[in-house]
Design a protein around this ligand. Structure first.
Ligand code: IPE
Ligand code: IPE
Ligand code: MG
Length: 240
């Protein structure tokens, strides 16, 4: 953890965990093997983030568009989700981490929903860090969902502003991420947190997700700390 400035930590880090399939391919294995390999990276990253002092960690685990993948891959991912949540609840309890989700959770298989509900209930009083799993999530889904609910609630046009809109997003209990990390060398957003990353710092690494470890997280945080965040203002204004 050398070099990390504890007074300038991002409160919220979001990660697009990409590259499982390619990782498996380099090992001559099927894609599912890569997803299994990704579970270890999740465990280590979650524990490391909590230890460093990150307050919110959002992991993009399954997108709305991922439903278009081959059926056997989707089934394997859902099975892996169920077994991992079951096994890792202990890790969350040991590290005082609260689990929550964002996304269209109702679209998940019922056993996955049940396991998630159990883990959410069990960890609800944990306070060191909030782990947010993005499952069957996409930003366009989230924004349309918000608009639909705003109309259903009968808000008038002068009631719709940034603050009220935020309350209709699935991330309403989470501050915007200061840092968004994407692994595997792809430099795109893929429908993740479009509203919330308006002023996030973006960090891309070639590391494939199953190889991602504490040192990679620390490197990303150090990079973040070297940046000047201006929010539209000038450097001179910031130095005042
Ligand atoms: C990320 O790895 C995991 C999910 C999207 C579920 P990928 O499965 O996208 O791996 P690549 O990008 O094909 O290597
Ligand atoms: C983004 O990865 C979604 C997740 C990591 C869950 P994808 O592999 O689905 O993204 P694209 O298709 O390369 O944009
Ligand atoms: Mg991918």
């Amino acid at each position: 953890m050398e070099g990390i400035d504890k007074t300038n930590l991002p409160k919220h880090i979001a990660i697009t965990m990409d590259g499982n399939g390619r990782w498996a391919k380099t090992k001559g294995k099927v894609r599912i093997f890569g997803h299994q390999g990704g579970v270890k990276a999740v465990r280590e990253t979650v524990e490391a983030a909590a230890k460093i002092g990150i307050k919110y960690l959002t992991l993009y685990a399954f997108s709305t568009e991922n439903w278009d993948r081959p059926e056997n891959e989707i089934n394997a991912l859902m099975t892996l989700l169920v077994s991992s949540i079951h096994k890792e609840t202990k890790t969350l309890m040991n590290n005082n981490i609260q689990l929550t989700t964002i996304g269209n959770i109702k679209s998940l298989p019922s056993n996955a929903q049940k396991k998630l509900e159990e883990a959410i209930e069990k960890t609800k009083d944990n306070s060191k860090m909030m782990l947010v799993l993005a499952l069957s999530y996409s930003s366009r889904w989230e924004i349309l969902n918000a608009v639909e609910n705003i109309i259903k609630d009968g808000l008038t046009s002068n009631q719709v502003n940034e603050d009220t809109f935020r309350q209709y997003l699935t991330t309403k209990n989470v501050p915007d991420p200061e840092l968004l990390i994407r692994t595997s060398g792809e430099q795109r957003i893929s429908n993740f947190l479009l509203w919330q990353i308006a002023y996030s710092e973006l960090y891309f690494t070639d590391t494939l997700w199953p190889d991602f470890r504490k040192a990679d997280l620390e490197k990303a945080i150090l990079d973040y700390q070297s940046r000047e965040r201006r929010f539209g203002k000038t450097t001179e204004q910031r130095q005042k």
